[in-house]
Structure formats: C-alpha cells, structure tokens
Design a protein. Structure first.
Lengths: 381, 146
C-alpha cells in the first residue's frame, strides 16, 4: 500500500481570541503548515476540513485560494481530526492526490458542552433530567476506575500538574500557569473525584497538516514523518460509554482499546516501541485510564508510574508533552491535529524546551469522545 | 396532580413502579428505555421488560454544577445543590444510569443497595409536580466497601 508522510504542520494557538473567527485561525494554521512544507496553497491537490462549530470548513478556500480542488468536510466529535487525517491519507493511498491537506478548527463558548440529546439517539428526558452531561460520565468512569484499580486523588492531581507544567513550556498553550497538586485537589469539585483544575475547557484554535506520498516526501523535507496507522473505532454493545441511559451486564472493552490494538497491529509496532505519547486528557482520570486502555501499562500501574514521574517529558513514557487538553483546552475539530503537530515536532527533534530526549522515533496519539468514538494514530520517522 | 416527565418509561402510577426496558427475543440483550432494534444483534424482536426495582451501585459521581439546557430541574444557580449520579445494576438484567437521591460523596459507596423512587424534578405551569425516576439508598444496607 502507498505510504503516506506528513511534510508540514501548522498550529494557531489554542485559547480565547475575542472576535477572531475560527476560519481566520484555520487560514493561519494552513499557511504555517504550507510554509513548514515549503509549499504554497496551489500545491494542495485534496483538502479535508474538520469542525464542530463551522458548518463548511472548506469555505477557508476563500481566504487561502479558490483553487477548485476536491474538498471534503468531516465531523466526528473528538475524533474529527483523526477522520480528517484518515480521509486525506486515504485519498493519497487511493491515488486521488499526491499532496493533501488536513485541518481542523473550532471556537466554543465557555463552559461544558450541552445540546439536544436527541442528536445522539437519546430520549429528551435524558437531558431534562440532568443526565446529558459529558463531564458526569468522566466522573463516573474515573471514580469507578480509581476504586477498582487503586488510583488515588493525588495521582489524578499529578497528571493535571504535569500537563500544566508542560503547558507552561508551550507558547501555543491556553493555560500556561503551573498549578501544584495541592491547588488542583483544593479546586471546586466538579464531578467526584474530579475537581475543576483536573478538567480541560472547550476553547478556540486551529491546526493543519500537509500530507504527501511518502516516496515523494524527500522533495519537500529532510524529515518526513510517516503516518503508520490511523484507526477509528466506535462503541460496541457492552462498552460503558459517554451519553448512555444504560449499560449491559457483561462489559466489553471501550473503543480506545479496539482502536489502539488495531493501530498497533496495522503499523507492526508495539506499545513499548513508542517514544512520545499523546492521550485524550479530557480530565486527569481519562489520561490515567487511556495509558492502560491504549496498552502502555497494566491497569493500576499508573499509581506508581505517576509517582515515579514516568510520564514526564524526561521520563520513560512521556505523555502529553505539550500540555494535552488540560493545558491547551479543546477546540474539538482541531484537538487531534494539535496532538499530531506536537508529535511531528517531537519526532523531528525541534520541540524546543519540551523536547523529549533520546532521539524519539515513534509517536502515538489517542482521542476519545461522544458518543463513544476513539481513534489511535501512530507516526514514525 | 403529579405527573411523570416520561410516562412511557415506567409503570408509575402503579404501586411499586418499575422501569420499562426491552429484551431481544433472539439474543437476550437488554435496553433501557425500550427500543425497536437490538443493539447487539440488530434483530427486530424486542419485547418490553419490567426491570427490577432494586439493585447495587456499580459506578457513581456527583454533579457539581447546574446542567445547561434542556435541563428541566427547578433549581437556579443560587439554589443548586450537587446531586448524585449513578450506574445501578438491577439484578443480572441490566445497568441503568440514573440520578441518586443522595449527593454526598461521603454517603455513597460502591456496591451499596439502592431502590427505584420517583422524585419531583420541577413544577409545571399548572402548578403540578413533574416526577422523574431516581435511585435511593436502601436504609441500613450501606456497603463497607469504601
């Protein structure tokens, strides 16, 4: 099968930017990705745009060039960026294009996501009764996981503190103020055992990546990063997922397990081969749980791994080196491409103050969101 | 006269009301609320099933902020008190997600026994209480499994 490489990445900082439109942010991220690949917009032969709040991402062409290329827009909740990358990479594999662009953008109001549960196949009473709340699912899952596997609130706080520390080293991050474990634990309880500072916030931003046929990549860059796998999986009967009025007695693995296993198998790579890890830290518990669900440790080992600093930038399994969602927030359509942007910079060895030491060669990114959809992406030099 | 927010999902106002789920005649999968097609085998032979009233708490959290629309509860930002939310295993039939009448984390325990109840969610424009299901701890059955 045709191999695909990422030859350029660009990112508009994540945060809150007043009246600035997400389209303007996307246009800037695209220009940065093009400059990074030493290409111009007219070199892009296929485009994929992802967003939750922007209905027609491909309208960005009015800002960067009305070149008439095939353009597809995608939305797949928190896996939107993974879908954008997958569609762009598949277009190259199918011979539709040699050079393609994937980008994502969003601009969310403050506060937890809300809406009509009917859009997820749930009855209206689910929302009227106060159950249609993403954060309460994460609270239930984290609380049960901590209970079943001996994870302490301090470990949850350590995850958040690490991500704020990493965010402080990231000029593009939303939250760049380090917070201590004590401050995190003392912040208001949102959904027991998760406190306010253990959660990410919906915010604004954009990110883009230029992909090309790997055998052509040397024309554009001396450091192409191969897309070794992008696997998306939805929930199965028996999985205990966000936004559900019931669960089956016999439990199945969540989609992060299925997506990660498929990605490792497809790439011919083992979790132990991964040098830099990006996980969907919607809140601190999700990062702890995803470490095991994605295959990087056994359930319960996180208590000691976090105490030992294993997931720090200079640890043996660095997680969320750019601060993750906790420090960057989540513009849904751009979040997965932010992860990829960070991995590409880490694997090129140009991540600056937050560079993982030891010449990292393999990166892994996982996203998870409503209504129980996960994606795993593996990149390598 | 009190009324139920979703009259079709329980046997209320019968005595000792039960939630109404469905079971697949082909593979035995269960759902709540009832639905037409089986989520496990995609078969079309779902039949209604009355769910047990009592169960055990297998996952729980607290809801610490006032939910946004379409939440219908009568609280305001000023009067809101955190409430409990749980996943309750009803026998060997199904796990149902629901509100808990107890919202204090110190009084909630994994494995504790809970029972279906109907609680007022808000009062409608006619002055009638609108009820919705919740699970209440069964007195004296708190588990020691903290």
């Amino acid at each position: 099968m045709t191999e695909v490489a990422i030859i350029g990445v660009g990112l508009h900082p994540f945060g809150r930017f007043g009246d600035k439109s997400p389209m303007t942010m996307a246009a800037e991220a695209i220009q940065l990705a093009l400059a990074d690949a030493d290409l111009s917009w007219r070199d892009i032969q296929f485009g994929v745009g992802g967003s939750h709040t922007v209905t027609n991402p491909n309208a960005v062409s009015s800002l960067v060039g009305l070149s008439g290329i095939p353009f597809t827009d995608v939305f797949n909740a928190c896996a939107t960026s993974a879908s954008a990358i997958q569609v762009a990479a598949d277009a190259i594999r199918a011979g539709r294009a040699n050079v393609a662009l994937a980008f994502g953008m969003d601009k969310h109001p403050r506060g937890a996501f809300t809406g009509d549960p009917g859009n997820l196949g749930l009855p209206r009473w689910y929302g009227e009764n106060g159950q249609y709340i993403t954060t309460k699912f994460f609270g239930m899952k984290a609380n049960r996981y901590c209970h079943d596997h001996g994870i302490s609130p301090l470990t949850l706080a350590r995850v958040a503190a690490k991500n704020y520390r990493n965010g402080a080293r990231n000029p593009s991050a939303f939250r760049r103020q380090p917070l201590s474990e004590e401050e995190i634990l003392a912040s208001p309880m949102v959904n027991y055992p998760l406190t306010q500072y253990m959660f990410c916030a919906p915010d604004e931003g954009a990110a883009a990546a230029v992909l090309c046929r790997a055998d052509l990549a040397d024309r554009y860059t001396s450091t192409p990063i191969l897309v070794r796998a992008t696997e998306i999986r939805s929930r199965t009967y028996g999985a205990y997922e966000v936004h559900a009025s019931y669960a089956a007695i016999d439990e199945d693995d969540p989609p992060t397990v299925h997506a990660s296993q498929a990605a490792f198998e497809s790439a011919g790579i083992e979790p132990g081969d991964v040098d830099v890890i990006q996980l969907q830290d919607t809140e601190a518990g999700a990062e702890v749980i995803a470490m095991a669900e994605a295959g990087f440790c056994a359930h319960g080992d996180q208590e000691k791994l976090l105490a030992d600093g294993a997931t720090e930038i200079d640890g043996p399994m660095p997680v969320n080196t750019d601060g993750g969602l906790i420090a960057n927030g989540e513009p849904i359509g751009a979040s997965g491409l932010r992860q990829v942007h960070e991995l590409v910079r880490q694997l090129r060895g140009v991540a600056g103050d937050r560079q993982v030491p030891g010449d990292p060669r393999v990166g892994f990114a996982q996203v998870y969101g409503a209504p129980g959809t996960a994606a795993a992406t593996i990149l390598s030099r | 006269m009190p009324r139920m927010l979703a009259p079709d999902i329980s046997t209320w106002p019968a005595d000792d009301p039960q939630l109404i789920g469905s079971r697949c005649s082909d593979c035995g999968a269960t759902t709540f609320p009832a639905q037409a097609l089986c989520p496990r085998c995609s078969g079309a032979t779902m039949t209604d099933l009355l769910l047990p009233r009592r169960g055990t708490l297998v996952a729980w959290t607290t809801q610490g902020f006032l939910p946004g629309p379409p939440y219908a509860g009568s609280e305001t930002a000023e009067t809101f008190q955190p409430f409990g939310m749980g996943l309750v295993q009803l026998g060997d039939v199904i796990k149902v997600e629901g509100r808990l009448t107890e919202g204090d984390p110190d009084k909630l325990r994994f494995g504790m026994e809970v029972e279906l109840t109907m609680r007022p969610l808000y009062t409608d424009d006619d002055g009638d209480e609108v009820l919705m299901f919740a699970f209440a701890p069964v007195a004296g059955t708190g588990s020691s499994d903290a």
